[in-house]
Write a protein that binds this ligand. Structure first.
Ligand code: FE2
Length: 364
């Protein structure tokens, strides 16, 4: 086997450009149980933007907003609404990662750049991916600070408890018609990822809505990027709706892993997080499809948690409604009990549920 030219240790952070980072940070703390970690803004000498860094388990989110009208951040928000700008990958050598991917056709975003303070040095480089989304390569082996140079510790008096979210299981990109293969090829050729699975429109369709998806993963499986494109249905698919409102390709959902989905979802619901509704009829037939599981089906039904099984085991998952006013980015909460797949058996049930939501917005 050829040597991996892009070793990745895991996701470093996900950075969102948002309209109001202060309020978004409050939402992620209060509703999702993220813990405050770091801050940068006027008080740290940044006159153009403010960023709040939050953490839960290994998941690090950065919420960034513009302080001036004529900024790339403000323009991003105007175009896309709140959305993911950076999917940052943790590597041992950001220069090597940049050179190897650019050599293979990546469009450079940021040449390897050193950032330092009294805690050491970080090297960050970046390449473009679908839409206006960027992959940063973050090399932090010579850094001991709280997050990155330019940030200071953020310790508000306000405290919430976490909800048991552990790490990012996968992050899904929505791309436009005919673009799935283009981006699957990009992850293969440029980043050395392999295709795990693919679904065509026959797998994932209802009467009205359809999508196609390919899951690309790196060699240690810590990075899994399903790529979706719309497929023809009688009415508009949810991928198309996303593209319409996001004004192009972008991150559709971030799947967050828990080892106790009943606890996590109970807690999230208590705090006001809204999830997609699953019809009771789903639970009438689910046992025939997935066999026996250790969780109480009645409890799963009361929380609207979905169940799927593959050759390796089963998984429990649930999807939030979009977390901003545009029907774009949402979250998945997932608990894996051996299963390595992504809930294909749930897509139909899920789609029917999403369509009920679309119908109520008049966009189906
Ligand atoms: Fe997912």
């Amino acid at each position: 086997m050829a040597e991996n030219f892009l070793p990745i240790n895991g996701t470093d952070f996900v950075e969102f450009y948002v309209g109001n980072a202060k309020q978004a940070a409050f939402y992620y703390q209060t509703a999702f149980g993220f813990q405050p970690l770091a801050y940068s803004g006027l008080e740290t000498g940044d006159k153009n933007k403010t960023s709040y860094v939050l953490r839960q388990g290994k998941v690090v989110f950065v919420l960034t907003t513009a302080l001036t009208p004529d900024s790339e951040i403000g323009e991003h928000c105007k175009q896309h609404g709140d959305g993911v700008k950076y999917v940052a990958l943790w590597v041992d050598d950001a220069t090597h990662s940049f050179n190897e991917t650019v050599k293979r056709g990546a469009k450079p975003y940021r040449k390897p750049t050193k950032y330092s303070d009294e805690n050491g040095e970080v090297v960050i480089s970046g390449i473009h991916t679908y839409g206006e989304t960027v992959h940063l390569f973050v090399e932090r082996k010579n850094y001991k600070g709280i997050f990155l140079p330019g940030f200071r510790e953020w310790k508000p008096d306000y405290k919430t408890t976490d909800v048991g979210l552990k790490f990012i299981d996968h992050m899904v990109g929505n791309v436009d018609w005919g673009q799935m293969d283009v981006w699957a090829k990009f992850y293969h050729d440029v980043m050395g990822f392999e295709q795990l699975v693919s679904f065509d429109d026959k797998d994932i369709s209802t009467e009205y809505s359809a999508l196609m998806s390919k899951v690309m993963a790196n060699d240690n499986m810590r990075i899994k990027f399903p790529i979706n494109e719309p497929a023809k249905g009688k009415k508009k698919s949810q991928i198309e709706e996303y593209i319409d409102f996001y004004k192009g390709a972008g991150v559709q959902h971030v799947a967050l892993a828990t080892s106790d989905i009943i606890h996590t979802v109970s807690e999230l619901r208590k705090r006001g997080v809204e999830f997609l509704y699953v019809p009771d009829t789903y639970y009438k037939t689910v046992s025939d499809r997935v066999g026996s599981i250790k969780e109480d089906l009645k409890v799963l039904q009361s929380l609207n948690i979905l169940i799927d099984r593959d050759d390796e085991g089963y998984l429990l998952q649930i999807f939030t409604k979009p977390i901003e006013d545009r029907p774009t980015v949402f979250y998945e909460i997932i608990q894996r009990e051996g299963a390595l797949s992504f809930g294909k058996g749930n897509f139909k049930a899920l789609f029917e549920s999403i369509e009920r939501e679309q119908e109520s917005r008049g966009t189906l």
